[in-house]
Design a protein around this ligand. Structure first.
Ligand code: PLP
Length: 269
């Protein structure tokens, strides 16, 4: 899961019950058994280009998730930070479509305008929204007013759809550059996801190649990668890395992957 969300939820000292993802989204059988064993307060998921794995839930997965939670006391927090960044330009229906009264859908301007503004939006049932407004006021009075004015002016004067089209095309090209360089350089013992959107490639390292050590060595070669550990609530992921392709040109991505490959191979001897 997204480490920022894990940090936020941790403040409330919950019992986290992680559910694995597979190529089509959540493992729905595991999800059903996880929620049936608990009086689950909240389910948090990122159905579009999940951070960190890049996985998008299939329509079937979304429907099953809604069916499983229908009529329970569980609230869904559906985090759609990356929905606009699917390379195809198409979007799948949100889980909220299938279970509107139990779902809080959230989005962000961080990925489509600028992360520094830290502005987003919430779409929630009225009753929940009333409570959210009080809780938000208690936590920060209100979102930064200057940022809101800047975003508002940008939305009035710029063509957001054109801008999103540009970043989507750029990220698609950068993702390709990363995948091509990985295919050309990384040993067969390393595996990775095939991103269809978002900003990340998720890498699984071979045995004997700890992600934290790869992180340390790669930094010495001026390549920044993120070890997977903080994205797990159960101490897993020690053999995983998250690579970001949104922040560098294709040429720099290729160079970075070549350097990373040498680091990984140095552990693999
Ligand atoms: C899944 C996900 N949700 C939310 C955020 C943060 O959004 P915001 O900047 O609007 O807080 C991020 C990344 O920063 C993210 O990856």
């Amino acid at each position: 899961g997204y480490l920022g969300a894990i940090q936020v939820f941790s403040l409330y000292e919950p019992v986290f019950v992680p559910v694995n993802l597979n190529a089509g989204g959540m493992d729905t059988a595991a999800f059903e058994s996880a929620v049936s064993g608990y009086d689950t307060k909240l389910f948090y998921g990122i159905p579009n280009s999940q951070n960190p794995s890049g996985i998008t839930y299939s329509v079937a997965c979304r429907k099953i998730c809604a069916e499983i939670l229908k009529g329970t006391n569980t609230i869904i927090v559906e985090d759609d930070a990356y929905g606009e960044l699917h390379f195809s330009g198409k979007s799948l229906p949100p889980i909220k479509k299938y279970l509107p009264d139990q779902t809080i859908l959230t989005g962000s301007f961080s990925k489509i305008i600028a992360p520094g503004m830290r502005l987003g939006w919430v779409c929630a049932p009225r009753q929940i929204m009333d409570q959210l407004i009080i809780a938000k006021q208690a936590s920060d009075l209100h979102s930064n007013y200057l940022s809101q004015r800047i975003a508002s002016r940008y939305l009035e004067e710029a063509d957001l759809d054109v801008h999103i089209g540009k970043i989507r095309a750029a990220y698609h090209e950068q993702a390709h550059a990363m995948i091509d360089a990985m295919q050309d350089n990384l040993p067969a013992s390393v595996s990775w996801s095939q991103p269809e959107g978002g900003m990340f490639v998720w890498v699984t390292l071979p045995v004997g190649c700890p992600a934290v050590d790869v992180f340390t060595e790669a930094l010495k070669k001026q390549v920044a990668v993120l070890p997977g550990l903080p994205f797990y609530v159960d101490g897993g992921g020690t053999d995983t890395l998250r690579l970001n392709f949104s922040n560098a040109t294709p040429a720099r991505i290729t160079e970075g992957v070549e350097r990373l490959s040498k680091v990984i191979q140095s552990f693999n001897r």
